[in-house]
Design a protein around this ligand. Structure first.
Ligand code: CA
Length: 428
């Protein structure tokens, strides 16, 4: 595909990508843009100048109104954009609406409706099983029969670059006689891929695997921050709660499924065979290469193509009971871990529950995250014409714990007024 627009060869955003986000400059209100090369294409004035039908959706501070329009509109806008960036005749018009990407602030790209996080990497699930239940089968009996998930907290989904305050909570190790309260000492990341729902479904009607492209607009990167000590003490019997709900970071650019067509591959064979509602004639594995960098040092390269359950199966599963979808729903894949030790998508696995410290570029050794640590998850897919389609990155830095009750205070005891809001310093 030839374009008059010059895109650096190593850019994640060639003209074959055209991911959508929400940006602002200075005091201007946030609005919808498309990333291309080193620029953001300011869609609202461009659509107005061209008299594009429904173009007002690009004036909004979130992608939701555009997402709600559905696949015919997504396809038409993408075709229009491709024409603009490939036909020399549009050059003057388009150039007047290109903004330097370095000069913009990126916002949460969509208003997150419901948030569900799956557990769909067999390698990850087996690793976690071996770590926490060494004397049992690594996979629980249900795992090979249905994609498992938990419902997360949509209100704490934040955009890349947002600092993550170390959560406080209750924890109790096997050796502790009683639970204590304080900042998490086992703060972790989970490198994941998120799927963004555009078109809602009706309550009372399941969404079949075949309807995936009708409902799902595109893909982003997700970091499901996890406090392992809080999680371990609270998760039986109802699953993840406060150990996960304090923050979930997403990348600012949502890559349309259309840009990922060349990345589609056959997923791993599913044995035993799945129930009919999970069978799909179309291959929906995605050949996405993820990378996890810890303080600038790459510690893992998880391959998304190894995921056992596909996104259409996850969509069918979350609506199997006739629960409805909403515009802005986010469902994440679960931690992406490949078969190799350097393909694990969490520090829990990379450090094998803290028993095998990870060495960073500066020679320091880590098991879990320290205050000030920064983690960046990035991702790429093979694109049309041999280019690489970048998913961009999701970046987050750990901020020290704040507020809360004094560490170790017995339940029900309020802190003295003078001790708020900072509380005593975290141990160690
Ligand atoms: Ca997760």
């Amino acid at each position: 595909m030839k374009s008059w627009l010059s895109v650096p060869a190593d850019s994640p955003f060639p003209v074959q990508n055209l991911p959508y986000g929400v940006f602002s400059q200075g005091d201007e209100p946030p609005r919808v843009g498309v990333a291309v090369g080193d620029f953001v294409l300011d869609l609202a004035p461009l659509a107005a100048a061209e008299g594009l039908d429904g173009g007002h959706v690009f004036e909004e501070p979130s992608l939701n109104p555009f997402l709600a329009l559905g696949r015919p509109a997504w396809t038409a806008v993408r075709a229009w954009l491709l024409e603009l960036v490939t036909h020399e005749g549009y050059r003057d018009l388009v150039e007047s609406h290109l903004v330097d990407r370095a000069d913009v602030t990126l916002h949460l790209p969509f208003e997150v409706a419901d948030y569900v996080d799956f557990y769909s990497s067999r390698h990850h699930a087996e690793n976690v099983g071996r770590i926490f239940r060494p004397d049992a089968e690594p996979l629980t009996p249900n795992w090979l029969h249905q994609p498992l998930a938990y419902h997360g907290r949509s209100g704490t989904v934040v955009v890349s670059g947002t600092g993550v305050v170390r959560p406080r909570g209750q924890r109790k190790s096997a050796d502790d006689p009683a639970p204590t309260y304080g900042p998490s000492e086992r703060l972790d990341v989970e490198a994941e891929v998120g799927f963004v729902v555009g078109v809602p479904s009706r309550l009372g009607e399941p969404v079949p695997v075949e309807a995936f492209r009708d409902h799902v607009f595109g893909v982003c990167l997700v970091n499901d921050w996890s406090a392992r000590d809080l999680q371990a003490w609270e998760y039986v019997p109802l699953g993840p709660f406060l150990g996960k709900s304090f923050a979930t970071s997403v990348s600012p650019w949502v890559v349309p499924l259309d840009a990922l067509e060349p990345a589609r591959v056959a997923p791993p064979e599913q044995e035993p065979p799945v129930l009919p509602y999970l069978r799909s004639a179309e291959p929906w594995g995605l050949d996405l290469a993820l990378e996890v960098a810890w303080n600038g040092h790459v510690v893992s390269r998880p391959p998304f193509a190894s995921m056992y359950w596909t996104a259409p199966q996850q969509l069918a599963q979350q609506t199997l009971n006739c629960a409805s979808l909403r515009t802005g729903d986010l469902f994440a894949s679960g931690t992406v871990s490949g078969p190799e030790a350097d393909q694990r998508g969490s520090l829990l696995e990379l450090s094998w529950n803290g028993q095998q410290p990870v060495r960073l570029a500066d020679g320091s050794q880590r098991t879990f995250l320290e205050d000030g640590d920064e983690v960046v998850v990035s991702g790429w897919a093979p694109g049309a014409d041999g280019v690489r389609i970048g998913l961009g990155e999701v970046r987050g830095r750990v901020l020290p714990a704040r507020g809360g009750q004094p560490d170790g205070a017995p339940a029900g005891q309020l802190p003295a007024a003078g001790q708020r809001p900072g509380g005593p310093p975290p141990p160690g």
